[in-house]
Design a protein around this ligand. Structure first.
Ligand code: NAD
Length: 260
């Protein structure tokens, strides 16, 4: 990845999936820029970026379109172009990441969709003009998009929209050589992951029943991110790539596992 420049959106701390992806790309020589949401997180993100050789760190709250525009203006000014984009951003009101999906409020539905799904489209639309000779974009999704996961609720609906966006964006930008993919990660213990009710139960259930009998960590996701953002995956676009220890292929636990 030497000579490639990428923008990483969504590092909150060193447990963040975005950080795992950034670390894998930096290890292969990529030059990185980072965004952070709010000054409190900025204090954590700046030293992490420095550790990966970057001082290009910018504030960005995707609910504030001006801050998103400012990020891409800064990238254009400093670098003149961009080779890849990593989007690892999601939010929903914790009070609605439990109980029934049917009880989702209109306000939280709109906010969840904007931050967790549409922000990728808005970032991609701003990144693509900076990739005239081709590039790659990546977002992070979860299997709750297509199958019901208890308590994931409106976030699952937003992830379904995000995954559909990946396919439409792949079609939009494919003719200019820009590939757009998503990683569907298994549960990882992060700030965002902790917002889902009974997250520990889901984590342990997947660990017990995934074919690999484990969950994944940010280095597992980082390796797949490196593949999807490098020329190793030059023929791949519009793909939802599972990095979940195989959990998505299981329809029910093996009876032997349930008998204890
Ligand atoms: P995380 O809490 O480390 O990262 C979430 C990031 O979203 C944070 O950096 C936060 O600042 C950012 N964010 C939220 N609202 C924002 C806004 N308005 N503007 C800008 N940034 C905003 O958690 P994570 O688990 O690393 O999450 C990264 C992505 O991975 C998310 O899309 C999440 O849904 C997805 N994902 C997580 C898991 C998991 O189990 N942790 C599994 C599959 C997919």
């Amino acid at each position: 990845m030497a000579g490639r420049r990428g923008l990483v959106m969504g590092v909150a701390n060193d447990h963040s999936i975005a950080y795992g992806a950034a670390r894998a790309l930096a290890a292969q020589g990529a030059q990185l820029a980072f965004t952070y949401q709010g000054e409190a997180l900025g204090k954590r993100v700046k030293p992490l970026a420095a550790g990966l050789g970057s001082s290009f760190v910018l504030p960005c709250d995707v609910e504030d379109l001006a801050s998103l525009d400012a990020v891409f203006s800064a990238v254009k000014e400093l670098w003149g172009g961009l080779d890849f984009l990593i989007h690892c951003i999601a939010f929903s009101d914790k009070a609605e990441l439990k109980g029934r999906y049917a009880d989702t409020s209109r306000a939280n539905f709109q906010r969840t969709m904007l931050v967790s799904a549409f922000s990728f489209t808005e970032a991609a639309a701003r990144a693509a003009p900076l990739m005239p000779a081709g590039g790659a974009m990546l977002t992070l999704t979860f299997g709750g998009s297509s199958r019901v996961m208890p308590n994931y609720n409106v976030m699952g609906v937003a992830k379904a929209a995000l995954e559909a966006s990946v396919r439409y964006l792949a079609a939009d930008f494919g003719p200019q050589g820009v590939r757009v993919n998503a990683i569907s990660a298994g549960p990882v213990r992060t700030l965002a992951g902790a917002g889902i009710a009974d997250a520990r139960f889901m984590f342990n259930f997947q660990k017990a029943h995934a074919p690999l009998r484990r969950t994944v960590d940010i280095d597992d996701v980082g390796g797949a991110a490196l593949y999807l953002l490098s020329d190793l995956s030059s023929g791949v676009t519009g793909e939802i790539h599972y990095v979940d220890a195989g959990y998505n292929i299981i329809s029910m636990p093996h009876p032997d596992d349930m008998r204890g």
